[in-house]
Design a protein around this ligand. Structure first.
Ligand code: ADP
Length: 427
């Protein structure tokens, strides 16, 4: 307290005394002069004179007589505050005016003091405390104003963010619609293209069958190329058709009970000639507690064909092994292992993305569309399973498919729907 008082002493305080009574003004004047403060005093005799002075000059404090001839001190306090004049106001009340103290304080007075109690010590105390309180109030007001401004800024930012969110949502809807239209277009196009393509494949097969003695070796070679390219194109169209069906949620798994070992065995035999052409050995081992599973055999075959043909395609020497076993009760795991080129660790995540091929050069060694694993991953998930891969560059890859032995029987439609939603983030 004493430190603050001495700090205050060092500055000269500009004080205004508003009173119509000269004797009272003099009394305040005398008391302030005797008090332990340095003041520069100004005086006003009336309401209007006081207001003009307060408007024109900056005061550290003003003492107002409550009973002014034109209007009372309460109205002056209200007027000063209404005009936003920043000054601590101490109202000097007469005998019997003390009751209105509460109203004065509510109107914006900083303090009040009965004239009968004016002494140098009391006045100094009131002056210092009024200034201190008022400065604190001003600080609070400034902090409040800053808070309000920050709040408004935050509100504005919030509104901007909300507008952006709505914009993004709208764009998302547009994107979803565009994606749906694209899938629909792809489905229609691939379907339409398949008809003429089947004619090309069918007629080239027919021509080849009747070519003996009619066509030259060169002509036969050309027809064989037409047939092979036609078949390749048909595979591509089928992949695109599958993918677009998956995306639009129109692909359904059709579960039935079948012998898993037999389906895997038959698929391996179908592809054995491809492995033979590259002099790769292909080994199958089956170790199932119960070979009967309830799932979609056609989709499972499709998964196996994709994994096996990749294993053969990306392996130049060594062997392909397929292992089918019971993992835990109710689960089977199919492992396709190769000794091929392998996949770099940072690329492993990419291989399940549609149209993604790790060798993007124009002189690519391996043919393909980049759709096989995207479709495989989707099909496995539709069958409530999951697929993982482990690979080492230059050493080979292991693809592992885990499937439940029993697909939930009532789950067909929902599987396709849930699946199409989860794919939307990929495409
Ligand atoms: P495609 O085989 O038609 O290129 P996929 O979707 O089946 O498309 O495979 C995507 C890519 O993943 C392949 O282009 C290849 O780079 C990589 N890949 C897939 N299987 C293997 C494998 N067994 N060994 C090495 N790389 C593989």
């Amino acid at each position: 307290m004493s430190i603050k008082a001495s700090e205050c002493m060092e500055e000269t305080l500009k004080v205004l005394v508003v009173d119509d009574d000269e004797v009272d003004r003099m009394a305040v004047h005398r008391a302030l002069t005797k008090a332990n403060v340095q003041v520069q005093l100004s005086e006003a005799r009336s309401f209007s004179e006081a207001l003009t002075l307060l408007e024109d000059e900056v005061f550290d404090c003003a003492f107002l007589d409550y009973q002014l001839p034109e209007l009372d001190g309460l109205i002056l306090v209200q007027e000063v505050r209404k005009q936003g004049i920043r000054v601590p106001l101490v109202v000097l009340t007469g005998q019997g005016d003390e009751q209105i103290a509460v109203e004065l304080m509510k109107a914006g007075a900083t303090d009040y003091l009965a004239k009968s109690r004016v002494t140098p010590e009391r006045l100094e105390q009131v002056l210092r405390s009024a200034i201190r309180v008022y400065r604190a109030e001003v600080q609070v007001a400034i902090a409040n104003q800053q808070l309000r401004e920050t709040n408004e800024l935050l509100l504005r930012k919030n509104q901007e963010l909300e507008a952006q969110r709505q914009q993004i949502q709208l764009q998302n809807l547009k994107l979803l619609e565009a994606s749906r239209l694209k899938s629909q277009f792809l489905a229609t196009m691939s379907h339409e293209l398949r008809t003429p393509l089947n004619a090309i494949i069918g007629f080239s097969q027919l021509l080849l069958r009747r070519s003996k003695g009619v066509l030259s070796a060169q002509q036969v070679d050309m027809i064989e190329r037409i047939l092979n390219n036609g078949k390749h194109l048909l595979e591509l169209l089928n992949d695109i058709l599958d993918l677009s069906k998956i995306e639009s949620g129109r692909l359904e798994v059709k579960p039935e009970t079948f012998n898993l070992g037999q389906v895997v065995g038959a698929t391996v035999e179908e592809l054995r000639s491809l492995a033979d052409e590259k002099h790769l050995s292909i080994e199958l081992s089956i170790n199932l507690d119960d070979p009967q599973v309830y799932s979609d055999p056609h989709r499972l075959r499709q998964v196996l064909v994709n994994l096996l043909s990749n294993a053969i395609k990306f392996t130049d020497r060594g062997e392909i092994t397929i292992d089918v076993r019971t993992k835990a009760p109710g689960w089977v795991v199919i492992t396709v292992r190769d000794t091929g080129i392998g996949i770099a660790p940072e690329k492993v995540r990419q291989i399940f993305e549609p149209f993604r091929q790790l060798d993007q050069t124009t002189t690519r060694r391996y043919a393909g569309t980049g759709l096989g694993l995207a479709i495989t991953d989707s099909l496995v998930r539709m069958m409530h399973g999951n697929i993982t891969v482990e690979s080492k560059l230059g050493e080979g890859s292991v693809f592992r498919v885990e499937l439940p032995q029993q697909l939930p029987p009532t789950d067909r439609a929902t599987t396709a729907k849930a699946f199409s939603l989860s794919r939307s983030d990929v495409l």
